[in-house]
Ligand binder design. Structure first.
Ligand code: 0X9
Ligand code: CA
Ligand code: ZN
Length: 496
């Protein structure tokens, strides 16, 4: 048995040693690895799309494969020629099932802009290295106005060859726009959130991977030394550095000359600073994972971990993926999530879609169907859990309507009601207090107008006892100081 494995491995070694294979990228599975060896490989900056028990799936060129074999690893070639693989995937496309290219995406976004002008707006938020516009579609009521509503962001294609990552944000946009009129839940999300879709963060790279039929990952910067491309998911400026990222321009995980050296990542930085998102998903392929920060090193404390774990596991119910801390996949410095959460306090997630970089086009509807509901969940919860972070914007809380504030109250109490960690509990309580005050003022306002509907609504939410006691205090205060401002029979309802 041993001998057989040995001879297969040797055969592969000789095969790949030949010069013809030197520039061919292959997908290989290197197995019999200890977890520490896997993280060592990742730390060295290898391109590792998937990790499993005792193995890592890696993108390697011929000589690199030979080197692994020489070191005695068990190497299995999954896709010999990734270039060929892309060509074959392209052949699976037809009129009804096709991946968006940059041009078809731009065309579709413009069609939506015309057709759904009342609830969306299209903006170029910056330009790529080669001068392509990076497009962002905003979906909300009054899209021209920056309203104090919880904001959520969906991004695709930080990595060029990960085509499905463009599809899921586009499919989510499509559902939000097309079902606005007929679906109450969708209308609620569009009217009460500011939703931004950036389907292609790296348009140069995607175009290169589609037209040149290469397994291209990075952007298309000319590094000046005969090498091209910076890995945009290593170029963000929170803990930018060398772990899981490479100094070398030829590497697929090259982190660039400095944090935010690239127009694509600095565009995303400026855009996120401007929009103050509560939550985000950055889509990648592959591995069927839902990742959350921090990712730059092991066991980095995350004060909002309870919210991340809760949201990741709820989203996993829609798509069946595994929720995981990013670093547990492998530590890597300079990814988008660490910056978005570490610096901007966004609840930032990364989805690793599918079980391969680019599934056949017939699969597009399937992976969209699994993942769009998870996106809708995130958009919704941007306005509940998203309020429980140190940057939860005051003006957003103060603009919540009653149903919105009651949803937030219920989510916060359900998640933190029995929290033992004093720090976490205090953060949640602070936010709960603000939202409860907001709900209470809406009740008082309603009662001054002679109504009891808001009061009844609060009474019907058992988690809203704090809002109820705020409301009671305020009504009794009003009654004592401005007698008659609220009808006595309404005041009576609170005295009981
Ligand atoms: O390595 C990446 O950038 C992502 N995987 S991919 O196969 N799409 O390239 C995962 C990044 C997760 N973040 C960290 N591990 N820090
Ligand atoms: Ca709006
Ligand atoms: Zn990726």
């Amino acid at each position: 048995m041993r001998r057989k494995v040995f001879s297969i491995v040797c055969g592969i070694s000789l095969f790949f040693a030949s010069a013809a294979m030197a520039n061919t990228k292959s997908l290989v599975r290197v197995s019999n690895l200890k977890p520490s060896q896997i993280s060592q490989l990742a730390a060295e900056g290898y391109d590792i799309p998937s990790v499993g028990r005792g193995y890592a799936e890696m993108v390697l060129e011929g000589p690199e494969i030979s080197a692994f074999v020489k070191k005695g690893h068990t190497v299995k070639v999954l896709v010999r020629d990734l270039d060929e693989y892309v060509k074959n995937v392209k052949k699976t496309q037809n009129k009804n099932n096709a991946y968006y290219t940059y041009d078809t995406m731009v065309k579709r976004l413009n069609e939506w802009k015309e057709k759904f002008a009342g609830i969306c707006r299209l903006e170029s938020i910056g330009k790529s290295h080669e001068g392509r516009d990076i497009w962002a579609l905003k979906i909300s009521d009054n899209p021209e106005i920056n309203e104090p509503e919880p904001a959520a962001l969906l991004m695709g294609a930080h990595h060029a060859r990960e085509w499905p990552s463009v599809e899921v944000p586009m499919a989510t946009a499509k559902q939000l726009l097309e079902e606005y009129e007929g679906n109450e839940e969708i209308k609620r999300l569009v009217d009460n959130r500011e939703i931004w879709i950036v389907p292609m963060v790296n348009p140069d790279g995607v175009t290169y991977s589609m037209e040149k039929s290469r397994m291209w990952r990075k952007n298309r910067r000319n590094n000046g030394n005969g090498t091209y491309g910076v890995d945009l998911n290593r170029n963000y400026g929170y803990q930018w550095g060398n772990v899981g990222a490479s100094n070398s321009g030829s590497s697929d995980t090259y982190h660039g000359t400095g944090p935010f050296s690239e127009p694509e990542s600095s565009t995303m930085r400026d855009f996120c600073i401007r929009e103050k998102f509560q939550a985000s998903i950055s889509f990648h392929t592959y591995s069927e994972l839902i990742l959350y920060p921090f990712g730059y090193g092991y066991n980095i404390p995350n004060p909002d971990s309870k919210i991340f774990v809760k949201m990741a596991s709820e989203m996993a119910k829609f798509n069946g993926y595994d929720p995981k801390n990013s670093a547990e996949l492998y530590p890597a410095m300079g990814d988008s999530d660490d910056y978005f959460y570490g610096e901007l306090k966004m609840l930032s997630f990364t989805f690793e879609l599918c079980t391969t970089f680019i599934p056949n086009a017939s699969q597009i509807a399937t992976f969209n169907g699994l993942n769009v509901p998870a996106c809708l969940y995130l958009i919704d919860k941007a306005g509940t859990y998203g309020l429980v972070n140190p940057d939860g914007r005051e003006e957003i809380v103060n603009a919540l309507d009653l149903p919105g504030s009651l949803r937030a109250i219920a989510d916060i109490v359900n998640l933190f009601g029995n929290e033992n960690n004093i720090g976490m509990r205090n953060e949640a309580l602070k936010q709960l207090e603000k939202v409860s005050q907001r709900a209470a003022s809406l009740v008082v306002e309603d009662m001054k107008n002679g109504n009891s509907a808001a009061l009844e609504a609060v009474k019907n939410v058992p988690q809203a006892s704090l809002a109820m006691s705020f409301a009671r205090n305020r009504v009794l205060f009003e009654d004592a100081h401005r007698s008659g401002s609220i009808r006595p029979e309404l005041v009576q309802m609170l005295k009981k």
